[in-house]
Design a protein around this ligand. Structure first.
Ligand SMILES: Nc1ncnc2c1ncn2[C@@H]1O[C@H](COP(=O)(O)OP(=O)(O)OP(=O)(O)O)[C@@H](O)[C@H]1O
Ligand SMILES: [Mg+2]
Length: 482
């Protein structure tokens, strides 16, 4: 009987000899690395799930929170062969009992799980360079497909959750799509093509050396579908949404931290950017002053501006500068009701790639609403009614939100709904015309007043000339006396 040390030594040497002659090498990917969860383990599990569902005789099934689908996985101690560009990879899911509970800040599972990857030694470099990245990418795709999209918010302020994340998330289930969105069809097609080009444009952005991101500025009156458009974009591309509440962010560095915690394939939204923060006031002297009197110790707390206020340059650095490149495939969307209030720096070309005006309901947009709310096509509506709708809709200046209200109210009686909409549009048009007439009358009166004043002005001018002459005469008299 050998002592344990000797047994261990012999085993180690024999292992080495075996490895020396073997043409394979092995990689262990454990579920928990120290105390951190190993992201690669989860990725491999998801990646293998796509083949496990087809080939495995015993597969594990999971359904995650927020998920609308099942995920298959390799069962314990089962194995699978995968091939990648002609190279074979042997995967084994190794599950062993954890020996003794070592001290840790959080309880570890009883089982020790990991994947073992066996490949030919000659393929090692290639596998490490390309295969693992491919596995992670595929896993992300599967995750996105299975999981409902998420809506993240930073409304908790700067505080972090137990996992150190500043964003809080809820499942995103907004039903708005480009089909339900009432807007000019040509504008819609253009935007959809732009989004598709962006999502498929990895190679383009790489060859041109541009950061893989795109910015849209949506502007227009309330109720014209800006928020609905963002939801439609997310549903179209399958992206998550980060709803950034700027008023909850105190410093530029806090903003950068938030950005760093966003994932790729996401839309970062700042709604009502004109109201969120006084962006034109880059240095915020008042706020600084307030800090100086209240909390003098915060004056030098990091950042170019003292780190105690969020500035326009901080925000632009977030969307445009070096910071915008940490992560890829992201869309920034700003919305505003008042484009004229925005700082020109934000509107300059190259800042936001597309400015999209969401306007009052046009006739093509109205047809979409009639189809979606009442199921009525052009042929289902009497010709003269349709003609009148077309005539009044532009001048009535009703928002899609107003129109959908009228349609919802009467949706059980389609004929009544259309007629009531026509009445509402006529009333709105008449109102608009009355206001226009009032303004015209006021302007006319103003003009008349102006004319009257100019007619009276020669008299005033005469007085002025008389005064000047009088003044001159007095001056001459003074000079003579002196
Ligand atoms: N273009 C549109 N197509 C379809 N529905 C619309 C459209 N615009 C508005 N609506 C309807 O009106 C409601 C309000 O629209 P939404 O919140 O998108 O407007 P908004 O432009 O974001 O307004 P605000 O400027 O007040 O944020 C939506 O729930 C939607 O049902
Ligand atoms: Mg909105």
């Amino acid at each position: 009987v050998f002592p344990p040390e000797l047994r261990f030594g012999i085993l180690k040497i024999s292992n080495r000899i075996f490895n020396w002659f073997s043409s394979y090498c092995y990689f262990d990917i454990t579920e928990i690395d120290g105390v951190n969860t190993n992201e690669l383990y989860n990725a491999v599990q998801l990646y293998l799930s796509s083949s496990a569902s087809i080939t495995g005789s015993r597969v594990s099934l999971t359904r995650a929170l927020n998920s609308s689908g099942f995920t298959y996985g390799l069962a314990n101690n089962d194995s699978l062969v995968d091939s990648f560009n002609g190279i074979t990879a042997y995967w084994e899911h190794v599950v062993t009992q954890r020996q003794s509970q070592t001290f840790s800040w959080r309880p570890l599972p009883d089982e020790k799980r990991g994947f073992s990857l066996k490949i030919k030694k000659k393929d090692k470099a290639y596998i490490l360079k390309y295969y693992l990245d491919y596995v992670i990418e595929k896993a992300n795709d599967i995750r996105r497909k299975n999981q409902d999209r998420l809506l993240y918010t930073n409304s908790r302020g700067g505080s972090l959750d137990s996992r150190g994340h500043p964003w809080e998330s809820v499942p995103f289930k907004h039903p708005s799509t480009f089909d339900t969105l009432a807007m000019d069809p040509s504008k819609k097609t253009e935007l959809m093509a732009d989004l598709r080009d962006f999502a498929d444009g990895q190679a383009f952005y790489q060859t041109t050396g541009r950061a893989w991101k795109r910015g849209y500025l949506l502007y227009g009156p309330p109720g014209t579908g800006k928020s609905s458009m963002i939801a439609a974009m997310a549903n179209y591309l399958g992206y998550d949404i980060y709803d950034l509440e700027l008023t909850e962010v105190n410093t530029n560095s806090e903003l950068h931290k938030l950005l760093m915690k966003t994932t790729s394939k996401s839309i970062i939204v700042i709604e009502d950017i004109d109201c969120s923060i006084n962006l034109s006031n880059r240095n915020k002297p008042n706020k600084k002053k307030q800090f100086e009197t209240v909390q003098p110790e915060m004056r030098n707390a990091g950042g170019e501006d003292g780190g105690n206020s969020i500035t326009l340059s901080g925000l632009l650095n977030f969307t445009d500068g070096l910071w915008s490149c940490c992560g890829s495939e992201r869309i920034f969307v700003f919305t505003t009701n008042h484009i004229e209030k925005l700082d020109p720096a934000l509107l300059r070309s190259g800042r936001m790639d597309m400015h999209i005006f969401m306007s009052y309901c046009s006739f093509p947009a109205l047809k979409i609403l009639l189809k979606n709310y009442l199921g009525l096509g052009e042929g289902d509506i009497e010709k003269n009614v349709l003609n009148e709708l077309e005539e009044v809709v532009d001048e009535a200046k009703m928002t899609p939100a107003d129109i959908s209200e009228v349609l919802i109210k009467n949706r059980r009686n389609k004929k009544k709904a259309v007629l009531e909409l026509l009445v509402a549009l006529r009333v709105k048009k008449a109102e608009k015309n009355r206001i226009k007439n009032l303004i015209d009358v006021e302007e006319e009166e103003e003009e008349e007043e102006q004319e009257k004043r100019t007619l009276e002005s020669p008299k005033e001018g005469g007085e002025l000339v008389e005064n000047c002459i009088k003044g001159n005469e007095e001056l001459e008299e003074d000079l003579v006396m002196n």
